[in-house]
Design a protein around this ligand. Structure first.
Ligand code: SF4
Length: 558
């Protein structure tokens, strides 16, 4: 390679940006300092990628043209003109946690980052105010223990970002090719069942990501979960990286599983190593870096970690990880008998009152069908958590929340106060297990009104059938499977059905999915059933199960 042959423009034929120039200056200085000839040196990746840019898929090209973290001035420009963003900016602004909802709505949805779902009440209050003042007030808890808000006008996006940051929150990298909200047991630190409090690990990883720009250009989205063995699990086996605490003798370690993506019917597979808590995030970071380096950037449909693991063995992935770490990890084959899932002995334990490991204190899990919450409710919840708890709430992957640290003598008051604002704390075998993705009111991919249908289905079934054991029903609007229909006892996947030649909201129906100790991918049993017909069909499925199950037989075994 000679200097004369070096491209001096970026992939769009425009001058190199400052960062690229700085990188190249350093590269050339290094070559000269080592006394090498340029013709003997391999082109640095920045140029190699530039040279091949015409072959890049749209998303990779957009990232290479202008790193989305550098696109904030464009966000300001759009805000100043209150204009809809162009296709490239729609993609880039997802790095700010902003999702333009066109054609459904001409406004943004914002997704935050709330590591471990842990929120302080002053944050909740400000989020309620933001929701009232800058959005339609539509707030939902997601299946990654996170909050989403809609609808934000382009002109309000800088103020939105500024205000969430002013209370110590942010939305950086909550969408697109980034590591999504980190999840942890919502009762970490207070749960008597847990082996280890994973909240510090979760927050540490949050900071590692936030302070390292290289974690903001992955081949595709990436999920990480920490499970310390608490009663409310994190469904860590549905994540790209699931860390699960185990006890070996008197010591606590983590097992790491890779490649979960339930929308792709894949559960994470055990990597065959034991990792000490203090080295866990170093190992997780190395695992992510292997994916950054080797994940598929040419075909978005084959870009998840799961796809890399279809080409590579787990051992190969482990070896690449160890190369980055510079040492070997302790290989110990998985013994499933050592993995505990206390939550599966007490399903739906995200709802109800439970004693904490701290004597005299309790956590209160609140029933919240499909995760919808109003700003008024948020303000009142903050008051309740301040008055009777410790000024904290935790969001769960079951789209509800928990108030920790409630003294025994305040439990009845908290339950009553929550009931007054429309929230029950009574576990229901049906309602506590219904989750739904956003649906067609706000998501352009949705084939059905999942949230509305979930509520309607719950009302319909409640009037007709009494369940004597918890059942999970997951409604998801499209194959992206944000509500993980493959892992519900019953899963509904939105589609269009035909009635008298007319296209209406409908569902493919699945049965037998599970996670953790009951890990199973649901199998499809009905195709494109319109929602009105799906209701009695689900009722029949539940009745058939209750009539024919043997003993405590689960849906997975049925
Ligand atoms: Fe939208 Fe599909 Fe996700 Fe539902 S599953 S929120 S329809 S992308």
């Amino acid at each position: 390679m000679s200097t004369a042959s070096l491209p001096i423009s970026n992939i769009n034929g425009q001058p190199l940006n400052e960062e690229q120039m700085r990188y190249l200056t350093g590269f050339f200085a290094g070559v000269a300092a080592r006394g090498q000839r340029f013709s003997d040196v391999e082109a640095p990746p920045i140029l190699a990628k530039s040279i091949a840019h015409e072959d890049l898929v749209f998303e990779e090209r957009v990232k290479k043209e202008l790193h989305p973290l550098d696109a904030y001035p464009l966000l300001l420009e759009h805000a100043a003109s209150n204009k809809a963003p162009e296709k490239e900016e729609v993609f880039r602004f997802k790095w700010n946690g902003l999702f333009y909802l066109s054609p459904n709505k001409e406004a943004f949805m914002a997704r935050l980052r709330i590591p471990g779902g842990q929120l302080r009440t002053f944050q909740l209050r400000e989020l309620a105010n933001i929701a009232k003042q800058l959005t339609t007030g539509y707030v939902q808890i997601t299946t990654r223990a996170n909050l989403q808000m809609r609808l934000i006008q382009p002109k309000d996006t800088p103020e939105f970002l500024h205000r969430i940051q002013s209370v110590g929150l942010h939305a950086r990298g909550s969408g697109a090719d980034n590591i999504r909200n980190l999840t942890a047991n919502p009762t970490a630190g207070v749960d008597p069942h847990e082996l280890i409090d994973v909240m510090p690990l979760c927050h540490e990883m949050g900071q590692i990501i936030l302070n390292d720009r290289s974690f903001y250009d992955l081949p595709r989205k990436f999920n990480i979960a920490y499970d310390g063995g608490g009663l409310i699990g994190t469904v860590e086996d549905t994540n790209d990286v699931g860390c699960k605490a185990v006890k070996m003798g008197e010591e606590i370690f983590f097992r790491i599983a890779l490649g979960g993506a339930t929308g792709h019917k894949a559960f994470a597979r055990d990597l065959g190593v034991l990792v000490k808590p203090e080295e866990l995030n170093k190992v997780v970071s190395a695992i992510v870096r292997v994916y950054i380096e080797h994940g598929n950037r040419g075909d978005r449909k084959k870009a998840r970690l799961k796809h890399l693991l279809e080409k590579w063995t787990l051992e190969q992935y482990l070896e690449e990880t160890e190369k980055l770490l510079g040492y070997q990890l302790q290989r110990v084959p998985l013994d499933p008998a050592l993995i505990e899932y206390p939550g599966q002995k007490l399903p739906h334990s995200h709802v109800g009152v439970y004693p904490q490991k701290q004597k005299g204190l309790n956590y209160v899990g609140v029933a919240m069908p499909v995760g919808q919450i109003t700003p008024k409710q948020m303000i009142r919840i903050a008051e309740i958590a301040d008055l009777y708890g410790s000024g904290e709430i935790r969001l769960t992957v079951w789209q509800n929340f928990v108030i920790p640290n409630v003294p025994d003598h305040f439990v009845a008051t908290v339950k009553k106060a929550l009931r007054k604002i429309g929230f029950d704390t009574q576990q229901s075998n049906l309602r506590s297990g219904i989750i739904a993705c956003t649906g067609n009111s706000y998501c352009k991919f949705a084939q059905a009104n999942t949230k509305g249908h979930a509520m309607e289905l719950a009302d319909y079934l409640d009037k007709r059938i009494k369940l004597d054991q918890p059942v999970n029903i997951h409604l998801t609007g499209c194959p992206h499977s944000c509500a993980q229909h493959y892992m519900g006892d019953i899963g509904l996947l939105g589609t269009k059905a035909k009635i008298a030649g007319e296209s209406v909201d409908g569902y493919h129906i699945f049965v037998g999915g599970g996670f953790g100790a009951s890990q199973a991918v649901g199998r499809q049993v009905f195709n494109a059933i319109d929602f009105e017909s799906a209701k009695p069909l689900v009722e029949k499925m539940l009745r058939g199960y209750l009539r024919h199950r043997e003993g405590n037989e689960t849906f997975q075994a049925f």
